[in-house]
Design a protein. Structure first.
Length: 310
């Protein structure tokens, strides 16, 4: 008993071991440590909801940042060049997917929504020429509208001719300037968009949603026989949503469609435009629905009124 007078037997609750410590400062330190752990657990329990919320917000931000961006498929088997091109495209605001072989291209086209392909000629398996031919004329011709830019070290005149004749939209030789590459991509995308619009010229240009008539050719909106004055941005948003009633568009997708993918504006600015648009449309403004956590959509014709295109 006398040997125990100056020390306590304290069980360490964290590792299950026992140790003898002095009855003075050491015991006090242990009690403080235990209290600190208890306080930490309580603080963790109180803040766990906030942590989960922040994680969800970060996930939504990641999804938002990738949705609505122009999606470029880089087909390059040399890792250094693939990383260099990817870095510059991502920095310029594009969404990027990489493939190392021709066979991967066809698989990516089926799984991803690709807007442009950067294609090397010298690839393992299917060559770049074979891949281009398959996309433009062969088994993957349903994706023939996707522009293809050859990005290769083969710069002889015959190589360029063969590449363009097999369906490539542009041809860039290595080494290349990243700035020139970006300019070529944007030019190809503009031409592709112009072709799509030209193909749609024979399609109906007037959207009718009950008493609401949107004439895209004349840039007019008529509600109950009264013309509604809208800004260019408001008109673009209305035509986009009403043209695909029932479809849900994120704020970033609306910005990309109405103002262009390289237009610098915060997604929340779309909320202001939607508010003003609803106000001008009066009761018909309820046709524009907010989809919580995603964006906006125009009520489907089956849910509200007959929606047809003249």
């Amino acid at each position: 008993m006398k040997g125990l007078a100056g020390c306590w037997k304290i069980q360490n609750v964290y590792n299950g071991s026992e140790r003898s410590v002095g009855a003075g400062n050491r015991a006090k330190q242990v009690r403080n440590t235990i209290q600190d752990r208890i306080d930490a657990v309580r603080a963790s329990q109180n803040g766990i909801a906030g942590v989960i919320l922040r994680d969800r917000q970060r996930q939504k931000l990641l999804e938002k940042n990738t949705m609505g961006k122009v999606h470029i498929l880089i087909v390059e088997d040399e890792a250094d060049i693939q990383q260099l091109v990817s870095y510059n495209l991502i920095r310029a605001g594009f969404h990027v997917t990489c493939a190392d072989s021709g066979e991967e291209v066809l698989d990516c086209l089926r799984k991803e929504n690709i807007d442009c392909i950067l294609l090397d000629l010298m690839l393992p398996g299917l060559s770049g020429i074979e891949v281009c031919t398959e996309v433009k004329k062969g088994r993957a011709k349903e994706y023939s509208a996707i522009p293809i830019i050859m990005l290769t070290a083969k710069g002889e005149e015959e190589d360029v001719i063969v590449g363009l004749e097999c369906g490539a939209d542009d041809y860039i030789t290595k080494p290349f300037s990243p700035k020139v590459l970006l300019a070529r991509i944007k030019a190809v995308l503009r031409r592709s968009a112009a072709k799509t619009e030209a193909k749609g010229d024979n399609k109906p240009s007037t959207i009718v949603c009950g008493n609401l008539v949107i004439n895209q050719g004349k840039h007019e909106v008529v509600l109950q026989d009264q013309e509604i004055q809208l800004t260019a941005t408001e008109f673009g948003i209305l035509a986009l949503l009403a043209g695909k009633a029932g479809w849900v568009f994120t704020r970033q997708q609306i910005i990309d469609a109405v103002r262009g993918y390289d237009f610098l504006i915060t997604p929340r600015a779309i909320d202001v435009q939607i508010f003003g648009l609803r106000k001008k449309l009066g009761e018909s403004g309820t046709m524009i629905e907010t989809v919580r956590g995603i964006g906006y959509r125009f009520k489907n014709a089956q849910d509200e009124s007959e929606n047809s295109e003249i």
